[in-house]
Design a protein around this ligand. Structure first.
Ligand SMILES: [Zn+2]
Length: 74
């Protein structure tokens, strides 16, 4: 069982959480993201593999926002 890195007292319980992320001007909501949550302080740590695969999906299939990904202002 993992000890919480934030409070060093609680234990991290596996949970399925909602994950929110801003991408450009869009708020992306992933309903079922595996995570661990501290039972004392409530610290949330999302599963790094799941976050990474989400990032890869985002880069491969960016949501259409009507804006360019490039932030060049010239
Ligand atoms: Zn904690």
């Amino acid at each position: 069982m993992n000890i919480c890195p934030s409070c060093h007292m609680g234990r991290l319980q596996r949970r399925i959480m909602v994950y929110l992320q801003w991408y450009d001007n869009s708020l992306l909501i992933t309903n079922r993201m595996p995570a661990v949550v501290c039972d004392v302080c409530g610290e949330r740590i999302y599963d790094s593999d799941a976050v990474e695969s989400l990032q890869q999906l985002l880069w491969a299939y960016p949501p259409s926002t009507g804006r360019s990904i490039s932030s060049s202002n010239t």
